[in-house]
Design a protein around this ligand. Structure first.
Ligand SMILES: [Fe+2]
Length: 472
C-alpha cells in the first residue's frame, strides 16, 4: 500500500510520477478495499476526567469569566464572536480589544443570557461580536471587570483569496475524558500549528450523565478554553447537542448548545445556527446539520440548493463540507445513519465538486476513496459506489476520545470505497498550500506530536481535477 506524499516536502514532480501509476491502476475500476491499519493499541477504558481535575479548574477571583471561546463572527474572517460565562452575576458583556501593535483599546458590547435545563440553571452566558477587524493581525482581548479581568489573544486570517495558505485542525466527538485531553494536547503541540479548528460535532456529552447534567457543559467549556479562547473553532451540531429530553420536560432540541455556542449563520442567509457557511483564507466551508430536516422543501435543503452555486472557486478554491453523521462509514457503529442525507445531497456534492467532507459520530478514523453513488433509480439496480473524479474524499474524524469509547467493530471485508481505517483516537490537519494543493494528515494519540499515521495530498477538484487517491 503506497501512501502518496508522506512528507510535507514532497515535490510536485514525485506526485506527478506516482499519479501516473495511480491512474493506470485505477483504469480497471475501483481498487480493492483499502487499508485497515494493523496498529494495535493498549486496550483501556475511556473514562471521563473527574470534576476536580486541573483542566476543569475555575479561574480565581469573584465572578471571574470562564469557558472563554471564540468562533468566526462574519462571512470573511474580519469578525469574531467572543463568548464566556460569569458564574455569580451578570457583570459586563463588553470586550476590550486592541491590535498587538496598538495602544488604542476598542470596545464591543455584547449580550448576556441564561437558561434553565430541568433542575440546572446556567451561569451568565455572554456573547459579543467584534466586527471590522484587520486581516492577518494579532489582537489581544479582555473580558471581565474589576479584579477579575482575563486577557487572551487571537490572530485574524489573511484576506480571502485563492492562494492563501491556511492550516485547519480537525477534531470531532471530543468529550472530556483522559483521552480527550490527550487529543487536545496532541493538536496543540502538532508542529504544523493549526490556525482554526473545524469541529465536527459532539462537544461535551453532558447528555450521558443523569438528567443531562449541564454542569458537564461548564466543565467542557473550561477544559477546551486553552485552545478555543485563542483560535476559532467552527462548530457543527452533533446528536449529543440535541439534549431532547421530554422525560425531563425539555422539549426544545439543542437548548444548551444554542445558548452557549453561537455561529455566524445569518451572514450566509441561513435561518438557523446549525447550517451555515463561511469563507476563511482560501477555503469555503459549509456546515450542515445531520439532525435538522433536510428533505426537499425544508429550510436546510433550500438553503444548500441556493448556497452551492454561489461558491466562487476562483476566490475560494477549496470547498469543504462539515457534518456530524458520515455518509461513507464502514464501521458497525452508526452504520447507514447518514444514508438519507447522502441520498438527498450527494448529487450536488459531485456536481459542485466538493473537495472534502469531514464528519464525526463514529468514534474511529476512516478516509474514503473519491467515490459517488448517485446513479441509482428505482429500477436500474446501480447502487454501488463507483470511483468518481468529481466526488469528495469523505473523512470520519469522530475520534476525539469521549467517554463512550472507540468504535472497535468494522464491516468485513473492507468495502472498496474505504481507503484507510483505524480504531484509534486522534486528530487531523488540512494544510492548504495554494489553489491546487493541500496536504492532509491524521495523527493518532499514541504517537509523538509530529508523527502522522495517514496522509494524502489533495489536488483541488477545480484547478487540478485529476486523481489524487492515495491507495493503489
Ligand atoms: Fe455523535
Amino acid at each position: 500500500m503506497a501512501v502518496l506524499g508522506s512528507s510535507s516536502s514532497c515535490s510536485v514532480a514525485v506526485v506527478g510520477a506516482v499519479l501516473v501509476i495511480v491512474l493506470v491502476l485505477n483504469g480497471a475500476g475501483l481498487c480493492n478495499g483499502g487499508k485497515t491499519s494493523a496498529f494495535v493499541r493498549k486496550v483501556e477504558k475511556t473514562v471521563d476526567m473527574p470534576l476536580d481535575s486541573d483542566v476543569f479548574r475555575v479561574p480565581p477571583g469573584y465572578n471571574a469569566p470562564q469557558q472563554v471561546h471564540i468562533t468566526q463572527g462574519d462571512r470573511v474572517g474580519k469578525g469574531v464572536i467572543v463568548s464566556w460565562v460569569t458564574p455569580d452575576e451578570p457583570g459586563s458583556s463588553e470586550v476590550l480589544y486592541w491590535s498587538e501593535n496598538s495602544e488604542h483599546k476598542q470596545k464591543a458590547k455584547g449580550k448576556v443570557n441564561r437558561y434553565k435545563f430541568y433542575n440546572y440553571t446556567s451561569g451568565y452566558i455572554h456573547h459579543c461580536t467584534i466586527n471590522n477587524l484587520m486581516y492577518n493581525t494579532k489582537y489581544c482581548y479582555e473580558v471581565g471587570i474589576g479584579q477579575t479581568v482575563r486577557q487572551f489573544w487571537f490572530t485574524t486570517p489573511p484576506e480571502v483569496g485563492p492562494d492563501v495558505p491556511y492550516t485547519f485542525g480537525l477534531i470531532g466527538d471530543l468529550g472530556q475524558s483522559f483521552d480527550s485531553n490527550l487529543t487536545l494536547t496532541h493538536y496543540e503541540n502538532n508542529p504544523q500549528k493549526g490556525q482554526t479548528v473545524l469541529f465536527v460535532g459532539d462537544l461535551c456529552y453532558a447528555d450521558q450523565y443523569p438528567n443531562h447534567d449541564n454542569v458537564r457543559w461548564d466543565t467542557w467549556g473550561r477544559f477546551a478554553e486553552r485552545s478555543v479562547a485563542y483560535q476559532p473553532w467552527i462548530w457543527t451540531a452533533g446528536n449529543h447537542e440535541l439534549d431532547f429530553a421530554p422525560e425531563l420536560g425539555e422539549n426544545k432540541p439543542f437548548k444548551p448548545f444554542t445558548n452557549r455556542y453561537h455561529t455566524p449563520y445569518r451572514a450566509s442567509n441561513s435561518t438557523a445556527p446549525f447550517w451555515y457557511s463561511i469563507k476563511r483564507a482560501s477555503a469555503y466551508i459549509i456546515v450542515l446539520s445531520s439532525y435538522s430536516a433536510y428533505g426537499k422543501y425544508t429550510p436546510q435543503y433550500k438553503w444548500l440548493e441556493e448556497e452551492l452555486p454561489k461558491v466562487n472557486r476562483s476566490e475560494t478554491p477549496w470547498l469543504i463540507v462539515m457534518m456530524h453523521s458520515p455518509w461513507y462509514n464502514s464501521y458497525n457503529y452508526h452504520y447507514m445513519e447518514g444514508e438519507t442525507m447522502r441520498v438527498m445531497f450527494e448529487p450536488w456534492f459531485v456536481k459542485y465538486k466538493v473537495d472534502v467532507v469531514f464528519a464525526g459520530h463514529v468514534h474511529a478514523y476512516e478516509r474514503s476513496e473519491r467515490v459517488s453513488n448517485i446513479a441509482y433509480n428505482i429500477v436500474n439496480g446501480m447502487c454501488i459506489p463507483v470511483h468518481d473524479q468529481s466526488a469528495p474524499v469523505y473523512i470520519t474524524i469522530g475520534d476525539g476520545g469521549n467517554l463512550e469509547g472507540l468504535a472497535t467493530n468494522m464491516t468485513e471485508p473492507q468495502p472498496k470505497y474505504s481507503a484507510y481505517r483505524e480504531v484509534s483516537f486522534g486528530h487531523a490537519m488540512f494544510d492548504i498550500k495554494n489553489r491546487t494543493h493541500a496536504y492532509y494528515n491524521w495523527h493518532r494519540n499514541q504517537d509523538g506530536y509530529a508523527v502522522e499515521a495517514d496522509s494524502m495530498w489533495f489536488f483541488n477538484r477545480i484547478w487540478h481535477p485529476v486523481d489524487d487517491s492515495t491507495s493503489v
